[in-house]
Design a protein around this ligand. Structure first.
Ligand SMILES: N[C@@H](CCC(=O)N[C@@H](CS)C(=O)NCC(=O)O)C(=O)O
Length: 240
């Protein structure tokens, strides 16, 4: 039997939300870690085989009959074929959260890429994932090339000013939608997954394990403090 393969970046919020949906619906899959730039060729090959045009990114789910290269499509697929409580992806108000939060996710990508390029330790940790550990200290420039590749691919200046306000707007929208409740729409839905995964951009969850410098690059102490209610909410959801 062909088990679906999920390509992802284990610390990336886009990959985390897709993986979360597959696990929520108890779908059997194998996971492959993607490395920016080095993994581009394999991604394009799968994308071409699946008839996908334009920019290819992770998460990507390779199924025997099709290839899904967008986290929202993967979440919808999981909701269609999986078991367990529905994530309500057929409701337009739930689906709208993917589009609504994308600018905040993009702001997070810019900030993390810029901060990674500024941190020799974070680059060394990134390189350690692709070469033997003893060579990682020498290979950080390769990780810097990978980070600049991401900036080119997603068309931003890695040295440019971040758009922190956009990230803050996304977090405020989540806070307002939650009100006093544990869920955005009464029961757990994909909207909560989208929202909770964005919290990674100010305070990564304890799982997956990250190197200290990588964790520092993702963490925004000021925003994690200002939105500590969302950090607690995300941790509770993940624990459930
Ligand atoms: N719309 C896509 C966006 C995913 C996305 O932006 N992925 C980036 C995260 S930085 C990625 O794949 N980067 C690695 C690469 O392009 O090699 C989704 O929701 O799946």
């Amino acid at each position: 039997m062909n088990v679906p393969t999920l390509y992802g970046i284990h610390y990336s919020p886009w990959s985390q939300r897709a993986r979360w949906a597959l696990e929520h619906h108890r779908i059997d899959f194998q996971y492959r870690e993607h490395t920016p730039l080095l993994g581009e060729f394999a991604l394009r090959r799968h994308g071409r085989a699946g008839g996908i045009q334009g920019r290819i990114s992770v998460p990507m789910l390779v199924l025997p009959e099709e290839v899904l290269s967008d986290s929202w499509d993967i979440i919808c697929y999981a909701d269609r074929v999986g078991t367990g409580a529905s994530l309500q992806t057929d409701k337009s108000e739930v689906a709208n959260w993917a589009r609504r939060l994308e600018p905040a996710y993009d702001a997070a990508r810019r900030r993390v890429t810029r901060r990674t390029l500024e941190s020799r330790s974070a680059l060394t940790e990134a390189a350690a994932g692709t070469v033997p550990r003893c060579l990682a200290g020498l290979s950080w420039p390769a990780a810097a090339i990978g980070a600049r590749f991401i900036a080119r691919k997603y068309r931003f200046d890695p040295k440019g000013a971040g758009n922190q306000e956009t990230l803050v707007e996304g977090l405020e929208a989540i806070r307002e939608a939650l009100g006093d409740g544990p869920f955005i729409y009464g029961t757990f839905s994909a909207a909560d997954m989208m929202a909770a995964s964005l919290v990674t951009a100010i305070q990564p969850h304890t799982s997956p394990s990250l190197g200290p410098a990588t964790r520092a690059v993702w963490t925004d102490e000021e925003l994690a403090e200002r939105f500590s209610d969302l950090v607690t909410w995300r941790d509770t959801l993940r624990a459930q």
